[in-house]
Design a protein around this ligand. Structure first.
Ligand code: RBF
Length: 164
């Protein structure tokens, strides 16, 4: 498990199931694109590193993190997927939008994952400032996109193991 001192991405490959058989959706928010592109690069490369096939990775952009919920919903409705990774970056501003968007995305993604009984991964940075986001998108705190991808692989494997 990831902790403050350990990224999921530090774990050895042996603890992560092979991803070769799974189909992944990735939904990327365009707000704070520099950050979300870095999260995407990390997530995509991590899937590939663990055996996912490029033809089995379906990437779509949405305008902002608020739209990650409907993006995940549309992908799960229309594509046969084993997991969806949602990537966004919400930076605390001077308005209360931060709280509204964070809560909406967390609740929205929870609802979608239960609606389809498919893993939907919350790969959304919620930071006080730009530097904290940079630190978590390939900076000194690793890349949370990598960790989101590993979570997706593990959850796809769990679903495969237990679902009918
Ligand atoms: N989207 C993000 O992904 N990250 C943000 O930090 C962010 N901040 C926003 C701040 C304001 C004041 C507004 C109006 C929107 C913001 N959005 C942000 C966009 C939001 O997720 C969504 O795309 C739009 O509200 C349209 O539904």
């Amino acid at each position: 498990m990831a902790t403050q001192l350990k990224n999921l991405s530090d774990f050895s490959n042996t603890e992560i199931p092979p991803a070769v058989a799974y189909r992944f959706g990735i939904v990327v928010a365009e707000w704070n694109a520099e950050i979300t592109n870095a999260l995407y690069q990390g997530a995509y490369q991590s899937l590939i590193n663990h055996g996912a096939l490029p033809d089995n990775i379906f990437t779509y952009a949405v305008p902002g993190s608020f739209e990650l919920t409907s993006g995940a919903d549309i992908l799960l409705k229309n594509l046969k997927l084993d997991a969806v990774i949602c990537l966004g970056c919400i930076i605390q501003g001077e308005t209360r939008h931060f709280d509204f968007i964070c809560n909406a995305v967390a609740n929205g993604l929870s609802n979608v994952t239960l609606k389809y009984s498919k893993p939907v991964v919350f790969g959304v940075l919620t930071t006080d400032n730009q530097q904290q986001a940079i630190d978590r998108a390939g900076g000194k705190h690793g890349n949370k996109g990598d960790e989101a991808a590993i979570t997706a692989i593990k959850m796809a494997n769990l679903a495969e193991t237990l679902n009918d």
